[in-house]
Design a protein around this ligand. Sequence first.
Ligand SMILES: *[C@@H]1O[C@H](CO)[C@@H](O)[C@H](O)[C@H]1NC(C)=O
Ligand SMILES: *[C@@H]1O[C@H](CO)[C@@H](O)[C@H](O)[C@H]1NC(C)=O
Ligand SMILES: *[C@@H]1O[C@H](CO)[C@@H](O)[C@H](O)[C@H]1NC(C)=O
Ligand SMILES: *[C@@H]1O[C@H](CO)[C@@H](O)[C@H](O)[C@H]1NC(C)=O
Ligand SMILES: *[C@@H]1O[C@H](CO)[C@@H](O)[C@H](O)[C@H]1NC(C)=O
Ligand SMILES: *[C@@H]1O[C@H](CO)[C@@H](O)[C@H](O)[C@H]1NC(C)=O
Ligand SMILES: *[C@@H]1O[C@H](CO)[C@@H](O)[C@H](O)[C@H]1NC(C)=O
Ligand SMILES: *[C@@H]1O[C@H](CO)[C@@H](O)[C@H](O)[C@H]1NC(C)=O
Length: 294
Amino acid sequence: MKIFLSLRTLSFPCCLLFAASNLAYESHASVTSQEFQYFCDEHSITIDIKGNYTTNSTYHTNLNTLMSNILNNKEIDYSFYNVSYGEYPNRVYAIGLCRGDIKPEQCRTCLNQSRANLTAVCPNRKVPIGWYNDELCMLRYSNRSIFDRMDNGPAYYKKSDKNTTDLNEFNTKLNDLLNGLKRKASSGDSRLKYTVGNFSLPNFDDAYGLVQFTPDLSGEDCDNCIAQSIERISKDCCKDSMGDRVVRPSCFMRFETSYQFYRPTAYTPPSPPASPPPTTTSVTNPSSGSIYYP
Ligand SMILES: *[C@@H]1O[C@H](CO)[C@@H](O)[C@H](O)[C@H]1NC(C)=O
Ligand SMILES: *[C@@H]1O[C@H](CO)[C@@H](O)[C@H](O)[C@H]1NC(C)=O
Ligand SMILES: *[C@@H]1O[C@H](CO)[C@@H](O)[C@H](O)[C@H]1NC(C)=O
Ligand SMILES: *[C@@H]1O[C@H](CO)[C@@H](O)[C@H](O)[C@H]1NC(C)=O
Ligand SMILES: *[C@@H]1O[C@H](CO)[C@@H](O)[C@H](O)[C@H]1NC(C)=O
Ligand SMILES: *[C@@H]1O[C@H](CO)[C@@H](O)[C@H](O)[C@H]1NC(C)=O
Ligand SMILES: *[C@@H]1O[C@H](CO)[C@@H](O)[C@H](O)[C@H]1NC(C)=O
Ligand SMILES: *[C@@H]1O[C@H](CO)[C@@H](O)[C@H](O)[C@H]1NC(C)=O
């Protein structure tokens, strides 16, 4: 599969996707491919924050502490890390989120690699964000609180090179699928807001869709975030494409045809929110650095 990233800036004011020149793009077909998408500074319709910290400053050491708190946290088993550390003005906030089918050990490996990548490509930046290995995980940090808030930018989209014409029927089905996934995912709990689904149509390859939100979002914020992504599908950015994704800090949407790009079942945390964390987990292969990629 080949995917192209378009750097076009879209014209709808409500739907700008900030595809900046500092957005890295690599595309490989093999399962060992590593893809990293990032923005070094935070920018969206409402916010434009740039800033660097000094090496070995308090901010820097707070960030390091924060990251090791995430990477060594074996209690969070739902692949969403929202943490902060330090005192204003050197307080650092971070969110790490893995795709809903990724198990905790793999999630931490993914976040560790994201961190290495972010540090390499955005050295000393205060508010970078990156998506690692085909969006298996997202890592962002900031000097302001980023919890319980919807951020729809910076964002990017990719479309598949697979086109077709006469898409009306397909697009109707797709729209139904994605809106259904939106409703289902946004009704998830504070640990996981993730849903996948598929449909079949004669004369078309089977279609597979995925919608995920950071689980700290309210249902209303989920809708606001993803509505703009779903609208894009049949419009300018992705028209006639048979595989698209729109990736934002607070919501992620993707569909592909002909191959299922996610694991069939979501990774379900073994314990409900109120229960104490389990002392053992059923996840195997914790020392392997490999990340599942279908
Ligand atoms: C975050 O850092 C930026 C750039 O240094 C600065 O302009 C902003 O005021 C800081 N925000 C907070 C909440 O400290
Ligand atoms: C941060 O550092 C980068 C790389 O050194 C530089 O290009 C950028 O202008 C700096 N940003 C600010 C706000 O100083
Ligand atoms: C930062 O601290 C490390 C370890 O203490 C040291 O090796 C390094 O030289 C320092 N870097 C700067 C730029 O001060
Ligand atoms: C993160 O990756 C580095 C290598 O880049 C490794 O040395 C370190 O042990 C990893 N940390 C965790 C918690 O996995
Ligand atoms: C991202 O990290 C991976 C694994 O640590 C590495 O192979 C890759 O070269 C890094 N990519 C960038 C852009 O730093
Ligand atoms: C799909 O459409 C795009 C834009 O119209 C075009 O650049 C691309 O070559 C087409 N791909 C195929 C496989 O025909
Ligand atoms: C992190 O998220 C969880 C689940 O959404 C929530 O219960 C917790 O209060 C959050 N922690 C912080 C520091 O916001
Ligand atoms: C579509 O998803 C259902 C589960 O909801 C599954 O049983 C079915 O096999 C999937 N269809 C295809 C074509 O993958």
